[in-house]
Design a protein around this ligand. Structure first.
Ligand code: 26W
Length: 861
């Protein structure tokens, strides 16, 4: 097979892009650059007014809404609205919105039923939803109307919206993507159900105390439960442990699962709204419950603790979200979580399907999508039901499974690929293990036939290898389609992680580049920018993100560029206030806001950023008049609780702040801010304020990234490596409007093979040497020898596994280039404008349409 390098990939994308560009131009010709844009944005274009009208849903009836709200307050609290406090009004408002969505859902369901339409079931252990209230209002087009009603009743929408806690049912990119796709699928009018877990506690709340990360429980249900509707009548049993026997029943040999522990799966449904659509979909979250609260027999015998055991066994399953991201641990509770939600979901899919259909046509009505390997047990669970409950033959059952299931891979990090210890798997899920063994046995046969009995080829691709069950292999063996999440990532999957499978079944592999809910990231998070864009190019981009392209026509319009800068400054001021109130740090809104927010992981290289800051600081100490633009470096990141190095890097960033922010001699040229508890809601505040978006992962490791897209659409300029979707951002925005640096993926591979020696860079780059020496000597009194050692000699493993030292010089040079460009504010503002104009491709609307067309075979309702 021909190996495709990053460079080749880039050229390939470029060619496709040229075609796209031509098409875009064709539709664009009617928009001429407006000579007098200032006027244009004072006087909204006719089309904008129309779109705005469309957004405030024509059917909004203020009197009726007010009446519903009043009734709700009375029903819930026995009071009238002006007696209600903010919490009470918030809850009543949410219920009214929920009711609107539920009745819309009812109509949508009838339509679905009438059309007998196919549905996708999106299985994911994470949905990182953030807040819902304003998103629903935006989607329903009633934000202004509701604001007005509340005002009359003496309430402010913003104040109420703040009461809501983020539903943090996810760690990072994968979870946020799942939430984005539900929103986009609904907006596009597809029938989709999300399945996941109703964790009592979401991703932990982060506190930073003297630079140390502390984790506090996240009690999101307090204010989040209003959105959930329990559907007790749809409860299912999930069975753990026990043993499997074979018995003759009615003359047939049957599989019998005995002595198992039953856990009940109770569904809680959340409405998923979409923008300007009649569709309302469902996110179903399962909560675990014991069949009996207390074992009366044991209780009567005085065995009080034992009597309660089944309750705590069951309820521990959905207690808490695992906070690990990109690092797998073979924990039994995690496997229980996975099987629990998979089994309940598959059972509910089948029950629903059978109301109107036969199982044999499952794939015509149902697409099951596995979001990374966490829901991989869908495969043996669906087999189990077909074999044991509906007496299908193996081959017939397998054919159904293979036509129904598809899988997305989200990471190539070896330590993130899930492997379950065989014994744990077998004991916890004996029947599922048997089926998995049989899948493995048959799959080995296929591998042997294809690779002409090459034992190595069979062994390295099998599902069960030695004492482990390889979940990604199970997914690839079963799924009809496997996709990566950016062009580069999908190529890497074919070249390395899934190389042999690709040779066997090339047609099964495809790419769908990730996308974001651009409405949340623009309209919700950056209303001023949205308003201005609407005046300029009409509001069509809200529904159809590629229309942002029309903005390109204003690239040389001074007034427009100035206005964009003003809007950005306003957002920076808003963030500066928050920084002051949270951490007491004064930052200058006229400085460059340079932002890196994402999970903390060594491969994402927050450390490279920190080393560059330290380097700048040492230069400023030497020469306080160094001619650079003032810069504020902003960080936000949670570290997995057991990830020591990640926590140490947070501490380093914090200490850099202590050192730098208090040093009067550098004349406020640079500031370092670490904002605690990074989450969706904080991202909505930070991202619109960024001038620079740091996307500096070591090439080949960031599957896609989606933060990069959110920054781009908000007019930040990317400082990045040729990794993940950065490559496609580069292709869309053009090389002059992005700062690319560092080794490419194939160069990293080559360096790794040749034998990478980070000390070389220490010895040959005086700046780098000084920075590393400073880490050893201590930052504001704290030594970071462990970090320095990890880069130079390696502490637990190889030195500098993420090539920080190798990319340092190129990074510093790129930062210098950026600083020079910023001197010319017009040039920088134009870059910013072109980033917004070319972000349309990265809308989740586009991504889900690709999934629907090319993977799920789904039609809009
Ligand atoms: C088992 C532990 C574990 C937990 C989570 C392993 C792996 C994960 C996720 C797959 C990690 C993740 O969130 N990956 C991110 O997925 C995003 C959405 O596709 C991508 O944009 C990011 O690049 C990728 O890191």
């Amino acid at each position: 097979m021909k190996k495709m390098t990053t460079e080749e990939l880039t050229t390939k994308v470029t060619t496709e892009k040229t075609v796209k560009k031509k098409n875009a131009k064709a539709t664009q010709t009617h928009k001429k650059p407006n000579a007098n844009a200032t006027q244009t944005h004072k006087k909204p274009a006719a089309s904008a007014v129309q779109t705005q009208k469309k957004q405030t849903a024509p059917s909004f009836d203020a009197a009726r809404f007010s009446d519903s709200l009043e009734k709700q307050v009375k029903k819930m609290f026995g009071i009238v609205p002006n007696e209600a406090n903010n919490e009470q009004m918030y809850k009543a408002l949410c219920i009214v919105i929920k009711d609107i969505l539920t009745s819309k859902r009812f109509t949508f369901k009838e339509k679905m039923r009438a059309q007998g339409s196919k549905q996708v079931y999106y299985m994911s252990v994470e949905f990182l939803l953030g807040k819902s209230l304003k998103n629903h209002l935006l989607n329903l087009g009633i934000e202004d109307g509701v604001k007005g009603v509340l005002k009359k009743l003496g309430f402010e929408l913003d104040g109420l919206a703040e009461i809501e806690q983020d539903a943090g049912l996810g760690n990072g990119g994968l979870g946020r993507l799942a939430a984005a796709y539900m929103d986009a699928l609904t907006s596009q009018g597809y029938a989709a159900t999300g399945f996941s877990i109703r964790y009592d506690y979401g991703i932990f709340k982060q506190k930073i105390v003297d630079g140390w990360q502390l984790e506090l429980p996240d009690e999101w249900l307090d204010a989040g439960e209003v959105w959930l509707a329990p559907r007790v009548e749809d409860t299912f049993e999930v069975k753990f442990g026990g043993r499997v026997d074979q018995e003759w029943v009615d003359g047939k040999l049957k599989v019998c699962h005995k002595d198992y522990t039953t856990v009940l799966a109770v569904p809680y449904d959340m409405n998923v709204s979409g923008y300007e659509t009649s569709a309302v979909n469902t996110l179903r979250l399962w909560s675990a419950k014991a069949p009996v609260d207390i074992d009366l027999k044991l209780f009567a015998q005085g065995e009080y603790l034992k009597a309660l055991e089944s309750k705590s066994y069951a309820e521990s399953i959905t207690k808490i979200l695992y906070p690990a991201d990109n690092h797998y641990e073979g924990k039994s509770l995690r496997l229980k979580q996975q099987y629990f939600f998979v089994s309940a979901s598959i059972q509910s899919i089948i029950r629903k399907h059978l109301k109107y259909n036969y199982l044999t046509n499952l794939h015509e009505k149902v697409a099951i999508h596995i979001n990374d390997t966490h829901p991989a047990l869908c495969v043996p669970e669906l087999m189990r039901i077909l074999l044991d409950d509906y007496s299908y033959s193996w081959d017939d059952a397998w054919a159904i499974v293979a036509k129904t299931i598809s899988y997305t891979n989200h990471t190539v990090m070896a330590e993130a690929l899930e492997r379950w210890p065989r014994e744990l798997f077998r004991t916890l899920l004996p029947r599922i293990f048997q089926i998995t063994e049989e899948i493995d046995r048959r799959f080995r046969g296929e591998l042997g036939a294809f690779f002409q009995n090459d034992r190595n080829a069979v062994d390295r691709n099998a599902i069960i290898q030695g004492n482990d069950v390889y979940m990604a292999n199970l997914c690839v063996a079963a799924a009809h389609t496997v996709n990566g999440v950016s062009a580069l990532h999908s190529e890497i999957l074919k070249e390395s992680v899934f190389r042999d499978y690709y040779i066997m079944r090339p047609q099964a592999f495809t790419n769908v580049t990730n996308g974001i809910t651009h409405r949340r990231w623009l309209k919700l998070a950056n209303p001023k920018l949205t308003e201005f864009l609407t005046e300029l190019i009409g509001g069509g981009f809200i529904l159809n993100a590629p229309e942002l392209k029309k903005l390109e026509a204003y690239g040389d319009d001074k007034a427009v560029l100035k206005k964009l800068e003003e809007i950005k400054r306003g957002n920076k001021l808003r963030l500066a206030k928050y920084i002051k109130s949270e951490g007491g740090i004064d930052v200058n809104p006229d400085a460059i806001f340079d932002v890196q927010v994402k999970r903390l992981h060594e491969y994402k290289r927050q450390l490279l950023n920190a080393l560059h800051i330290l380097n700048l600081y040492l230069k400023l100490k030497e020469n306080p008049d160094l001619d650079i633009n003032p810069r504020v470096f902003v960080f936000g990141a949670k570290a997995a609780s057991s990830y020591t190095m990640a926590k140490q890097i947070i501490r380093l960033i914090y200490q850099l702040g202590v050192l730098i922010n208090n040093d009067k001699t550098i004349k406020d040229k640079i500031k370092v801010v670490f904002l605690e508890n990074y989450r969706v809601t904080l991202a909505e505040l930070i991202i619109p304020a960024a001038n620079v978006s740091e996307q500096i992962s070591v090439a080949g490791k960031e599957a896609s990234g989606t933060g990069n897209m959110k920054f781009m659409i908000n007019g930040a300029v990317t400082m990045g490596t040729m990794d993940g979707a950065n490559i496609e951002i580069y292709e869309n925005v053009g090389e002059d409007n992005i700062f690319i640096f560092g080794l490419k993926a194939h160069e990293i591979d080559a360096l790794r093979h040749a034998g990478y020696n980070p000390t070389y860079y220490y010895n040959h780059n005086a700046d780098l040497k000084r920075v590393i020496d400073a880490l050893n000597a201590g930052i504001a009194g704290v030594s970071f020898r462990d970090i320095a050692d990890s880069l130079t000699i390696g502490v637990y493993g190889k030195a500098d596994p993420y090539f920080v030292m190798a990319d340092f010089e190129a990074y510093a040079a790129a930062q210098d280039r950026l600083d020079k460009v910023y001197n010319d504010s017009r040039a920088f503002n134009k870059m910013s404008l072109l980033n917004i104009a070319n972000a349309g491709f990265f809308a989740a609307d586009r991504s889900v349409t690709e999934y629907a067309d090319r993977i799920w075979d789904l039609k809009k309702i």
